[in-house]
Design a protein around this ligand. Sequence first.
Ligand code: LFR
Length: 513
Amino acid sequence: MTWTVAAIDLGASSGRVLIGTLSADGVLTVDECSRFPNAPVRVPFDSGDDLQWDVLSLWEGIRAGLREAARRGPVDAVGIDTWGVDYGLLDADGRLLGNPMSYRSERTATAVERVHSALPPEELYALNGIQFQPFNTMFQLVADTCLARDALTRQMLLIPDLLGYWLTGQRICEVSNASTTGLIDPATRRWSPRILTTLREGLHADVPAILPPLVEPGTVVGPVHLGSVDLRTHTGAPSPLIAVASHDTASAVVAVPATHDHSDPGATFGFISSGTWSLVGVELDAPVRTPASRRANFTNELGLDGTVRYLKNITGMWVQQECLRQWRDEDAGRQMPWPEVTAETEAATPMRTLFDVNDPVFAAPGVMTTRIDEWAERAGEPIPRHRGEYLRSITESLVVAYRRALREATRLSGSAIGAVHVVGGGSKNRLLCQLTADATGLPVVAGPVEGTAVGNMLVQLRAIGALRGGLDALRLVVERSVETDHYAPTPGAEVLWDEAERRVLNPRRTPAA
Ligand code: LFR
């Protein structure tokens, strides 16, 4: 028998509904059913502006996508994955109190200070193992306690769980995404009592009162109600919503086709989930919460089946996406086509300008070329002269960050990496993958490009009994189903990247404060 599941997969720049069909011989095929745009929207208030998510247009996109899925045939299950950390607040009737804020909204500076004065960063990291990011949910929630809507708030739902509530009426909090809140103890996979008490008693932020019950990925949430359209399984029952590994990165890591492709059997795999962000790290059985890990800003997010995703957030394709947006605006709406982006990147002089992609100056939306120029000027790097040089510099600077993160992940976790798997959009970027192999001296396996959706589907398929086994069994399905591209490191290339890393880490001139 064949099984069909629908994955709702929302990223920071677009949302999709995809259909996955598992054939009788265990091969998964993925078809896009619908795609809709997503971007944080700048909205003014009395003394400034916020970046908010247009969650209602996402909801419309999801409903239209599911209707299309139902039109194509039976749907045995539905699952949702999205970016992490952000949430909606509900009142006592379950009504959404406003658009969810985007993690790119700069509104947490005071909240970070307040949290850190109650729980110093070292103590916090020893409890939650989560890298410091000013947008971690805990800081956003503390910032929200100063707003008028706080008085009305009865519940917090992370984005996938909010959409899941709208589809099923059930309120839960799936644990892989909950780990991005900074409120979870990654060893117990439960809310951290110490953190919650400190927020409530030390900061008068009654966060514990608004948290829904935690569930592990694979939990059946409830039947999906779509209003006028019936979503039905092959047996005619209402299609269930499955809580998948709802943090997009967690789903992407499920879909890494790593089972037996390492030359060294003692080695694990490194992963790069490459999209708007690049999430770079290794999969572990237990969290690493050492002081060295905190200083390197590594995070212990939770994965499927008790795993820990030990990784670092790297500003990924974001800088390039913002440059392309900027050039489109400057060119009266003309979008630079992909073949042109690739050709100009490949033609530009290698290693001309390098910068630290993780510098917070690149976090907010806006004109990136000026920020790259300023960074380069401060660091004594040449300023890019044309688009190709900007694009090349972004790609190579990303590779420097990948190499560094993979080396740190190995050192800090004590694991050896046999191969690096690139999943997501970046897996189609040949230059990025080859340079990653060169810079790390490791073989790179690229694909699936639909990593997040594939991981989402695999967890659904296992939950409804269409697949059995652990992560290895799920990853075997990916190996069988997806063609991957393989890149071998160019002999001797690694040393060039030693110098590249030095230029980024120790620029000739000290950047201005
Ligand atoms: C990737 C991602 C990252 C998270 C960032 C913000 O899409 O989910 O893992 O740190 O978005 O939520």
